[in-house]
Design a protein around this ligand. Structure first.
Ligand SMILES: C[S@@+](CC[C@H](N)C(=O)[O-])C[C@H]1O[C@@H](n2cnc3c(N)ncnc32)[C@H](O)[C@@H]1O
Length: 234
């Protein structure tokens, strides 16, 4: 397993099985995580003011999305209950995490303790108000365990369409649409037009997002977003 330094000096890994890196080398692992996934729901929706948030992080990978979420919600003093759910099919993922040095920006959380708890009980409670659950198995199987309209934020972050097609097809997006709440937002690095079309056909509003710090990404919502710097994809 090869550790790679990305453009913002944070680290990611190269996955041999999928022949792909876990993060964008050009955007930087942490920068991509923060600007494409964690910040859009906080800055572009009112979800941060909900008293209870349920986030689906697809998939756990190196844990950047889950850890950065916990780090940011704590720094921003989120007042409610935060539940993060994350599937991962790689049973050896913890061996990979051990190779990594995590970014200084998330040093406000005890990553070592969280990983230890996930390893022993598949669930971690970084604070009494925050929980993180990892599900070992196929993400599609995990999605079937969620009720309709029960997830507020979805980080759609599998490997690429080419390498991970089962997590980008019509059936899969229909399931995301079903479990997402009406006010929900889905974030993804993917800007592929075929994926945007599939998401739109599932019922989502599809937006091109430009954070200013990364390459473009895509946001999906069930209700139109009223922010001006978005171009709705048609
Ligand atoms: C791009 S990485 C995720 C990066 C992660 N979000 C992070 O922040 O570090 C994709 C992950 O999806 C996992 N994966 C691929 N197909 C899957 C499936 N069908 N079910 C569950 N996990 C899957 C891979 O093992 C890999 O860890």
């Amino acid at each position: 397993m090869k550790v790679i330094k990305t453009s913002d000096n944070t680290f990611t890994l190269y996955n041999k099985e999928f022949n792909e890196c876990y993060h964008s080398l050009g955007d930087g692992a942490y920068t991509e995580t923060l600007y494409k996934h964690i910040l859009p729901p906080i800055e572009l929706t009112n979800l941060f003011y909900k008293s209870h948030l349920r986030i689906l992080d697809i998939c756990f990978g190196l844990g950047y999305n889950s850890f950065t979420t916990i780090s940011q919600y704590l720094k921003r003093r989120y007042k409610g209950k935060l539940e993060i759910f994350s599937p991962e099919k790689d049973g050896k993922i913890f061996e990979k995490l051990a190779l990594l040095e995590y970014p200084a920006e998330i040093e406000n959380i005890d990553i070592f303790k969280i990983i230890n708890e996930l390893q022993t009980t598949k669930k971690s409670f970084p604070t009494p108000q925050i929980s993180l659950e990892i599900f070992f198995g196929d993400a599609r199987e995990y999605l079937d365990t969620f009720r309709t309209n029960s997830i507020d934020i979805i980080y759609q972050d599998p490997f690429s369409l080419k390498k991970n097609p089962e997590l980008w097809d019509a059936k899969y997006f229909a399931k995301l649409f079903e479990i997402a709440t009406d006010e929900s937002i889905v974030t993804t690095y993917c800007t592929h037009s075929a994926v945007k079309r599939t998401a739109k056909e599932a019922g989502f509003f599809v937006y091109e997002h430009q954070s200013g710090f990364t390459r473009k990404s895509t946001l999906l919502t069930k209700k139109p977003l009223d922010k001006l710097n978005f171009i709705e994809y048609n």
